[in-house]
Design a protein around this ligand. Structure first.
Ligand SMILES: NC(=O)C1=CN([C@@H]2O[C@H](COP(=O)(O)OP(=O)(O)OC[C@H]3O[C@@H](n4cnc5c(N)ncnc54)[C@H](OP(=O)(O)O)[C@@H]3O)[C@@H](O)[C@H]2O)C=CC1
Ligand SMILES: O=C(CO)COP(=O)(O)O
Length: 332
């Protein structure tokens, strides 16, 4: 049994807390909202962010006190909206035990700096690389909250850390694989959200399977080229965190990014789609950072560029699709 703290009691943070509790760990949830803390602590529910779960495990407690939340933690899991991660984590600097592992569930790239979540977490907490791990895969929280079978990837440059975290989140219904490719895992999780926005938009506009498959396949190619340029292992993109997460996210209205895109495709403005969103669609803030990353590395990112024009200039789905390939005939 391990003492694990989860920072952020959103849909996935709470679901992952349930996984950790089901795996036999002592789980402490931290949330910024007092009402969420009280709901988990007193009612063993998170009716605000995960109402699908009637009752959370007994070995899952909650607190809003930062020091108390991490005081005895052997593993600290970060499940905060990516664009708020740095500011939120800086409040925990110096509070986390020096031998605790820190795990990111976040899927986003920080606006302004273009940094991945492993970089943000390590900078905010002054954390050495060998105590960091990332978790990413086809993990739509509501299905996993219902304990449906699923799998994920735990990546750390420190194989011991990856194995330790994988052990802590292994249950009969949730199977972790390990990897040392942190960069690849981070890019898969972040960039697939941009592809999901585009696929959702096409679906919302009434296009079918061929168009979705076209966008997903070209999106995977873009994601893989960018990942390779960042030093990632190409194999990661054909695994659970790459193709696997694309299939899940681009195929389900449970995905916030997919649904955000679908609402755009139905004619909503970005503001209207944001208001309608149930949780944070991380791809909205990440899209522009992908274009900037591609520019910096000399890697073409036509899908991210087209989605940036959707998000910033309000171009239509038809215009987005026409921007994807241009008119020149090239090899695939
Ligand atoms: N939902 C899912 O199915 C999956 C999500 N993920 C990723 O996991 C991460 C967390 O997602 P999820 O758990 O769904 O949570 P949400 O995206 O629904 O919300 C983000 C969490 O961040 C918290 N938060 C926002 N701003 C701040 C802040 N300034 N300080 C402290 N906390 C803040 C929210 O708190 P509050 O609720 O109090 O507002 C909430 O707990 C995201 O990066 C997401 O991409 C990965 C796999 C699956
Ligand atoms: O990352 C996820 C599934 O793996 C959840 O996707 P959304 O953030 O689009 O809801």
């Amino acid at each position: 049994m391990t003492n694990v703290t989860v920072l952020g009691s959103g849909a996935w943070g709470t679901t992952f807390g349930q996984i950790l509790a089901d795996a036999g760990n002592a789980v402490t949830m931290w949330a910024i909202e007092p009402e969420i803390v009280a709901d988990i602590r007193d009612n063993h529910r998170n009716s605000y962010r995960l109402p699908v779960v009637e009752r959370l495990p007994e070995n899952m407690i909650a607190t809003g006190d930062r020091a108390e939340a991490v005081a005895n933690a052997e593993i600290v899991v970060v499940a905060i909206a990516a664009q708020f991660a740095r500011v939120a984590l800086e409040e925990f600097r110096g509070l986390i035990p020096r031998d605790a592992l820190v795990v990111s569930l976040m899927k986003g790239i920080e606006r302004g700096t273009g940094k991945r979540m492993d970089e943000v977490v390590r900078e905010a907490l002054d954390l050495p690389e060998n105590r960091f791990a990332a978790v990413s895969g086809p993990n739509l929280s509501k299905e996993i909250a219902r304990r449906e079978p699923s799998a994920t990837v735990v990546a750390s440059t420190n194989p011991y850390a990856a194995a330790r975290v994988a052990q802590a989140c292994s249950t009969t219904y949730f199977h972790p694989f390990t990897s040392t490719d942190v960069i690849g895992l981070e890019l898969c999780g972040s960039l697939k959200n941009v592809v999901a926005l585009a696929v959702g938009m096409a679906r919302g506009a009434g296009y079918g399977e061929n168009t979705a498959a076209m966008i997903e396949t070209r999106g995977l190619a873009e994601l893989t080229s960018l990942g390779k340029a960042c030093g990632a292992d190409p194999k990661t993109f054909s695994g659970l965190a790459g193709v696997g997460d694309l299939i899940a996210t681009c195929g389900s209205p449970l995905s916030r990014n997919y649904t955000f895109g679908a609402n755009l495709g139905k004619g909503m403005s970005v503001e209207e789609a944001t208001k309608a969103s149930d949780g944070v669609a991380e791809g909205v803030a990440t899209t522009a950072t992908v274009v900037a990353l591609g520019d910096r590395l000399g890697v073409p990112t036509p899908l991210a560029a087209a989605m940036t024009h959707v998000l910033e200039d309000g171009i239509s789905c038809a215009q987005m699709l026409s921007e994807l390939f241009g008119t020149e005939i090239t090899a695939e």
